[in-house]
Write a protein that binds this ligand. Structure first.
Ligand SMILES: Nc1ncnc2c1ncn2[C@@H]1O[C@H](COP(=O)(O)OP(=O)(O)OP(=O)(O)O)[C@@H](O)[C@H]1O
Ligand SMILES: [Mg+2]
Length: 270
């Protein structure tokens, strides 16, 4: 579990994170959502330790980052896997060398062990027969799988993904989302994902933190987000005409039927 308390982060005069507190739970896909520029990437980079907040604390299963010794910080870093926006693979390295990279960097494993582990995670992300290929020889969806394999190769306790399905078609996006969710559950990882994809929000949003201009405007799960009347959320979620229609139906249904009935999407109302 990652707990953040009152995080503030500025660049010069401009304050980007304005006192954010929340909890990211273990074994769950925790989502940070919000419009472009709302502070999602800065938030993730702050969790990663790339940015240091001026105010507030970040605690990784009870370990408060700012209070750790340099050695403890280094150890914690090895427990974090990261999928960067756009995959960020090394173009000049084969798929297997990309995935092996963190093991060579952070562990003293022998080459046979490295090979076995690389093959294991590549199989886990359903990428077989691609070991010797280079990133520019495989599709965008396959590149994401390689990036996920690389992020989990060192058995992370924490997995951070910045827009893991950007640039993918909707069907491939869902497959990638589901893969991340499966891995999160299988290995009991605390996963934090930045996204502005509503499909992802509905599909894997077990915990959702909505940022607006560097403030946590709302949090909840993928059922609550469809029912909230918070204006900023409604504008964000229902920015497409399709979702606007869905919402009108849901609200009409909720107003019609009193009591604690929970409206759902599968209901055809005409
Ligand atoms: N290194 C930096 N120096 C100065 N300002 C920065 C830096 N990184 C981010 N910012 C500013 O912080 C704000 C939030 O940026 P951030 O990249 O976190 O947005 P985001 O929510 O990830 O957007 P997107 O959905 O487009 O990826 C922006 O106004 C951006 O210009
Ligand atoms: Mg971003």
């Amino acid at each position: 579990m990652i707990e953040i308390k009152d995080i503030e982060k500025s660049f010069g005069e401009s304050k980007v994170l304005k006192g954010i507190s929340t909890t990211f739970e273990t074994g769950k896909t925790n989502l940070i959502i919000g419009r472009s520029g709302s502070g999602k990437t800065v938030m993730l980079k702050t969790l990663l330790g790339i940015h240091t907040p001026e105010v507030g604390t970040i605690s990784f299963d009870g370990r408060i980052y700012s209070e750790l010794t340099p050695d403890e910080k280094r150890k914690l870093r090895t427990e974090i896997g990261m999928v960067f926006q756009g995959s960020a693979l090394f173009d000049s390295m084969s798929v297997e060398d990309n995935v092996a990279f963190p093991l060579k960097m952070f562990t003293s494993k022998r080459s046979r062990e490295i090979k076995e582990r690389v093959n294991f995670v590549l199989e886990r992300v359903n990428l077989v027969d691609a070991n010797k290929k280079f990133p520019n020889e495989i599709s965008g969806g396959m590149q994401k799988r390689v990036a996920i394999a690389r992020a989990i190769v060192n058995n992370p306790k924490y997995l951070f993904c910045d827009e893991p399905n950007s640039g993918l078609d909707p069907e491939t996006s869902i497959v990638i989302d589901e893969l991340i969710q499966e891995i999160t559950k299988e290995y009991d990882i605390t996963t934090v994902i930045n996204t502005h994809d509503m499909n992802s929000v509905l599909q894997i949003g077990e915990k959702i933190v909505f940022l607006k201009n560097g403030i946590k405007e709302w949090e909840g799960d993928n059922e609550q987000i469809l029912e909230t009347r918070n204006k900023s959320i409604v504008e964000f979620v229902y920015s497409s005409d399709l979702f606007k229609k869905v919402r009108e139906n849901l609200l009409a249904e909720a107003d019609d039927e009193e009591g604690d009935h929970h409206p759902h999407l599968g209901h055809d109302k005409k």
